[in-house]
Design a protein around this ligand. Sequence first.
Ligand code: GLY
Length: 353
Amino acid sequence: MEKLTVAVTPPYEALLENGLLDRAGYYAARAVRGRRVMIVTDDGVPEAYPLRARASFESAGFAAEIFVFPHGEANKTLRTVEAALDAADAAGLTRGDLFAALGGGLAGDLTGLAAALYLRGVDFIQIPTTLLAMVDASVGGKTAVNLRGGKNLCGAFHQPRLVLCDPDTLSTLPPAVYAEGMAEVIKAGAICDAALLDRVARHEDIAGVIAGCIRIKADIVRGDEHDRGRRQLLNLGHTFGHALEKLSGFSIYHGEGVAVGMLIAAFAAEAHALCEPGVYAELRSLISDANLPVSTAFTAREIAANAMNDKKRQGDTLTLVLPEKRGKSRLYPIPAADLAAFIACCDGEVTAR
Ligand code: GLY
């Protein structure tokens, strides 16, 4: 078993092992005091997973209930959070009890927010079942739901008490959902780990790659839990990716938006001599190899207009994340008014002419 520590206050562990879903209760019992758990999942998750999780919690002495909400970004709302809170209240969860998020990043973000709000904050644990959630979303305590204006605009920092990754659950993922997780893996390499890019290119065993990504994320979160500095590097590709998701009416996957968003950032950075040559070509090759899109039918102008509501915007300034060289990215503040001109060079290559 891989055991990685996320050294925030209080620290927590991310455990990684095949079959862990059936031992969730055992490890949860060691990490939390409560013995009543609300498992929150969506109906895109195979039905057997919440049932197995519940059986595991019950055999470890928990009273466990399951709350299922309809999958999809349209349901990542305060209304769904309210329904989860009502279910917790009806189940008699007290301040000493907990939520367990079971599923992808959406279930994790939404459940984390419910846990942050219920009785002004209760424990929760993350049981990610998608690659994207294992390598990024489940670690670090960002919780959120969408507002009409955009993705994840309403949330809180609320760290889980434990993260349990069972790579066996990846076997049931549709290929496109697996692929979107690879976008976050490639992102982690592009931010700060050139060796990870090599491992992706060699198609190394995914469990080791997941552990590498969690290590990177834990290290970044430890130094900047509240996203005021270095943690913003984890948004490589996200400002443009979120704009693409919104422009597409959320018909593309988050990871697909991030993949194209990274390429916009890399191509523009090279075009403006802010990045060593060759980074864009390598990222394009890895992204294509992962069966992710390498271009979009939207223009740079359309993307820039939709990036204005990015939650990292401060006044008139947007902080972009730009690759600088292989395995290294940096923060690059830019006046929001200059964004369209900055990425206009992408038209005809990554974005539409
Ligand atoms: N997913 C980006 C972060 O956790 O900061």
